[in-house]
Write a protein that binds this ligand. Structure first.
Ligand code: FES
Ligand SMILES: [Fe+2]
Length: 389
């Protein structure tokens, strides 16, 4: 993050702690239940997901040449590879013969033989072999590679757009946040998975809401986040909409820490140590600073409006924990425990929003992150129904 930006955020965090009062939205927001239920709205959201760059894997998940990983994304099987020159690719994992999935899971391989009739592809997606080749004279193998998706490796992630031939420009997508996300140093981090790509029985937007507020933490996670410095003042936070993205930040200091900061010249402030941020990168990527690393999570709509898919893990800058901190494995386990605690409430919200007769969900003034999230999604899909109480 640019130093001026960081200093400005520390200044805002100081005000929160000194006043013991969060940055508030202007009014409570009413979100019609239709927003979580309508298939027509879901189709527009799907369009947004299918045309936006999605951070499918952390680059370190395919760190070596010929590493590969298969992911399920919006109902598609996607193969992510790193070719012999170190270039990452994303392909629709569907065999050009009769459509079977040539690759499963993850690993390291120079070629992939489809399990059905053994047509074989390399890590650049080229069809490089087929049994009984002599029966297929006249076929041009060069035209029968896996269908490649537009992809780009940037800031420690492999991003892809799910539509072949569509443009991709991750820097443009991140806009003003591009340098800030780059400064997190994810390129050199290691990924510790917590949830592989779990189905959740709730609308994806209802799950997303829970990632942009800390109000539920003392009730749902009474012990899980006790180590986090901000755990005591859960709604003391600042929020910004940056293009379609949302930044939600918290002070990492208490009242005594605020006094110490005030006594320190601004040029000696260390924004990275004083605030913790959560970035919601539209449409479904979550990055959240937690202790010495980052949560990296990816939320997508499921096959219908009542289902979502959630992939969740932990990025660590080191293999060993800093002094007195839990190990990266323990951080991933803690993340999995937290999602395990969230899941029952998310799923009951899912039922309540799908079946309730209460007309609208109410997002309070101190849930400004959630309000900004819905404004962003509604703005991208043209949904006109958000209103203010
Ligand atoms: S479907 Fe893949 S080889 Fe036949
Ligand atoms: Fe939670």
């Amino acid at each position: 993050m640019r130093r001026e930006v960081g200093v400005g955020l520390v200044e805002r965090a100081l005000k929160l702690v000194e006043n013991q009062w969060p940055e508030l939205a202007e009014a409570p927001m009413r979100v019609p239940l239709e927003y979580y239920r309508s298939e027509e709205i879901a189709a527009r959201e799907r369009e947004v997901f299918e045309t936006s760059p999605l951070a499918l894997v952390a680059a370190c998940e395919i760190s070596e040449t010929h590493d590969y990983q298969v992911r399920e994304v919006l109902g598609r099987s996607v193969l992510i590879t790193r070719d012999g020159d170190g270039v990452a690719h994303a392909f629709l994992n569907y065999c050009r013969h009769r459509g079977a999935e040539p690759v499963r899971g993850r690993g390291n391989a120079r070629s992939f033989a489809c399990p059905y009739h053994s047509w074989t592809y390399d890590s650049c997606g080229r069809l490089v072999g087929m049994p009984h080749r002599d029966r297929h004279q006249g076929l041009d193998l060069a035209e029968l590679g896996l269908v490649e998706l537009p992809s780009e490796e940037r800031h420690g992630f492999v991003w892809a757009v799910l539509r072949p031939g569509a443009p991709i420009d991750v820097a443009d997508h991140l806009g003003e946040l591009d340098a800030e996300i780059g400064s997190l140093g994810c390129t050199g981090m290691n990924y510790y998975p917590a949830l592989s790509n779990e189905p959740l029985a709730a609308n994806w937007k209802s799950v997303a809401e829970g990632l942009l507020e800390g109000l539920h933490v003392p009730y749902v996670h009474p012990d899980t986040f006790a180590l986090n410095p901000q755990a005591a003042g859960v709604d003391l936070a600042f929020y910004d909409a940056i293009g379609p993205h949302v930044r939600y930040g918290m002070p990492m200091f208490d009242a005594a820490g605020a006094e110490r900061l005030r006594a320190t010249p601004t040029e000696d402030w260390d924004p990275a140590a004083s605030i913790g941020c959560v970035w919601w990168i539209a449409p479904g990527l979550l990055l959240a600073q937690e202790l010495y690393g980052l949560i990296y999570a990816d939320l997508t709509p499921g096959p219908d409006v009542r289902q979502a898919r959630f992939r969740y893990g932990w990025l660590s800058p080191t293999l060993e924990a800093p002094d007195g901190q839990p190990s990266p494995e323990a951080m991933a386990a803690r993340a999995a425990r937290a999602v395990g605690q969230d899941r029952p409430v998310w799923e009951t919200c899912g039922r309540g929003l799908a079946q309730g007769e209460h007309g609208y969900a109410l997002i309070g003034r101190n849930e400004k992150g959630v309000q900004l999230l819905h404004r962003s999604i509604a703005g991208q899909t043209g949904f006109q129904g958000l209103s203010y109480a």
